[in-house]
Design a protein around this ligand. Structure first.
Ligand code: ADP
Length: 534
């Protein structure tokens, strides 16, 4: 390796634009220095070429030869472009004439390599002004850039065609980017660096744009956007907002924190937030319409059921009353025994009508003043068992009672909860009766009553199951009023619908599956909220 001349090491090249000074800089090197300089230029990761104004290549480095071959005595346009005549807009001449430094990108037609070329006017060699060019191969960089552009374009197309609005926020809740939907919804309000709080019209935001009932949040602490920024979790909420069309829309807002790495001490640091807005106005309207339609359907079923149930005792009552009238007309007078007998029949039918109406009133419970509060499930179950004990014992039903003593109270009404358990037990006993008749003496009638606290500690599940033959066909209707498979006078089909109405009133749920995995008969679940005993 040639030792580097010390004069070279201390020489500082002049500024690129200063062509004359640069030429002088190079010619000022002694021969050994030039060799050294050539070696250095050969090692550069770019091609270096010196071109004169008459298109001759005066100097080139190794990289140039590697890219374009050894172009002995050929003009630059032949070597670089494969042409017989100079280019229409000759870049070297351009740089020389304008005495200016320039940068262009071009693609070598033969190899398809892309180069970024820096041109420096170089002063005169042999009386011809020259230009020094350095060309960096940027093919792979360009390809990566193109791939990136394409992928960004694809993501843009996807997000812009979503029916939801998406925006990326910085930790100051300023908009960094968003999709077309946000522009359409909020138009002028949705701009880079605007605060999302203003865009959504939050009343707690000083420069709020609209009069939206944003989140009806009492303060920013309960806002899902603030909550996500604070705890790094996803949050969501529905609220109304006014779009640029001036109309109120119901929006479901979902926030997704973007976390990178670990923050000091605890969880991951939130670096940005993605907010997604879904316009649920139409869906909500449709579900309200559906609910209304369901209510109407339930009401007409109820009205039909009442008419059907009452019709029978009413006809009987009419029959007995007109019979009594006929007797009176025929005989003028009646013995008190006959009168009493006829009146008792009439009163029985009137009593039936009264009990039907009473049951109906229980079904429309929501309007009554039932006190709801903490109730000890175990004691409600035991009271119900007390009521049903005789029926259970006389049938030899094996009762499995699995209710932990330390269960917390549930949100309910004590009398109603007892009524629900009585209903479920009565149904189970009835189902077992059917099986005894079907399966004979070997059949083992069993009822299970089990309660457990769920993993969250916030709900208690009561399970009531039997060893009967499971739910009947059409079991999806068992909670509908007047659905019954029992014989006439054995059931009115109101027990489960009344239980359902009561449980819903306490905020709980009742559901059923056809077969208990062990006992084989129907299995009912009653899920109730835990309520602290005050
Ligand atoms: P009812 O007992 O008057 O028929 P319910 O509303 O209590 O009214 O029950 C509705 C129907 O649900 C019953 O007729 C029966 O078909 C079905 N059912 C309820 N409990 C059980 C059970 N444990 N096993 C099988 N079927 C049941």
């Amino acid at each position: 390796m040639t030792a580097m001349p010390s004069s070279f090491l201390v020489k500082k090249p002049p500024a690129e634009e200063d062509a004359a000074a640069l030429a002088q800089f190079f010619s000022s090197f002694a021969l050994g220095e030039r060799e050294c300089l050539t070696r250095i230029v050969d090692l550069l990761p770019c091609y270096v070429v010196l071109i004169s104004s008459d298109h001759r290549i005066l100097f080139r480095n190794k990289a140039f030869d590697q890219y374009f071959g050894s172009p002995e005595d050929k003009p630059c346009y032949t070597v670089l472009r494969g042409q017989d005549v100079p280019c229409r807009f000759c870049a070297p001449l351009g740089s020389i004439n304008q005495h200016s430094f320039s940068v262009i990108e071009w693609v070598h037609p033969k190899s398809n390599h892309s180069f970024r070329v820096y041109s420096y006017p170089f002063g005169a060699v042999d009386g011809n002004p020259c230009v020094l060019k350095t060309g960096f191969n940027v093919t792979s960089k360009l390809r990566v850039q193109q791939a990136l552009d394409l992928s960004e374009q694809s993501y843009r197309i996807i997000t812009d065609n979503l029916s939801i609005g998406i925006a990326l926020l910085d930790t100051n809740l300023r908009i960094k980017t968003g999709n077309i939907r946000m522009d359409q919804w909020f138009a002028e309000g949705f701009k880079l660096n605007f605060s999302i709080c203003g865009v959504l019209g939050c009343p707690h935001f000083a420069n709020s744009q609209g009069a939206s009932s944003f989140l009806d949040a009492a303060n920013c602490e309960s806002c899902p956007i603030y909550s996500s920024r604070r705890d790094g979790n996803s949050h969501e909420k529905e609220f109304t907002v006014i779009f640029q069309d001036g109309k109120e829309h119901v929006i479901r807002l979902v926030t997704c924190p973007v976390s990178l790495g670990k923050s000091f001490g605890s969880g991951r640091a939130v670096r940005a937030l993605i907010v997604m807005l879904e316009d649920v106005t139409i869906r909500l309207r449709m579900s309200q319409q559906l609910q209304r339609a369901r209510k109407l359907e339930a009401m007409s079923a109820l009205a039909g059921g009442i008419a059907h149930e009452i019709n029978q005792p009413l006809s009987a009552l009419h029959l007995y009353a007109s019979g009594l009238q006929m007797l009176l007309e025929e005989q003028g007078d009646l013995s008190s025994a006959t009168t009493l007998e006829r009146l008792t029949l009439i009163m029985n039918e009137a009593e039936k009508i009264r009990s039907i109406i009473n049951n109906m009133r229980s079904l429309v419970l929501q309007e009554s003043n039932v006190s709801i509060g903490p109730v000890a499930l175990a004691s409600a179950v035991d009271m119900a068992l007390g009521v049903m004990r005789q029926q259970i014992d006389t049938r030899g039903i094996h009762l499995i009672r699995d209710i932990p003593a330390q269960l917390p109270c549930v949100r309910s009404n004590a009398v109603q909860l007892q009524q629900v358990v009585v209903n479920l037990l009565a149904n189970a006993i009835h189902a077992l009766d059917g099986c005894v008749q079907e399966k004979g003496e070997d059949f083992l009638p069993r009822i299970l009553l089990k309660a457990s606290l769920d993993d969250t500690g916030r709900k208690i599940r009561l399970e009531v199951a039997d060893s009967g033959s499971g739910l009947p066909k059409g079991s999806e209707r068992i909670f509908d009023p007047f659905f019954t498979t029992k014989e006439k006078h054995q059931g009115m089909g109101l027990g489960l619908s009344i239980s359902h109405a009561m449980i819903s009133l306490w905020g709980g749920e009742i559901s059923a599956v056809s077969h208990h995995p062990v006992l084989g008969g129907a299995l009912f679940f009653v899920d109730l909220h835990v309520e602290a005993d005050s």
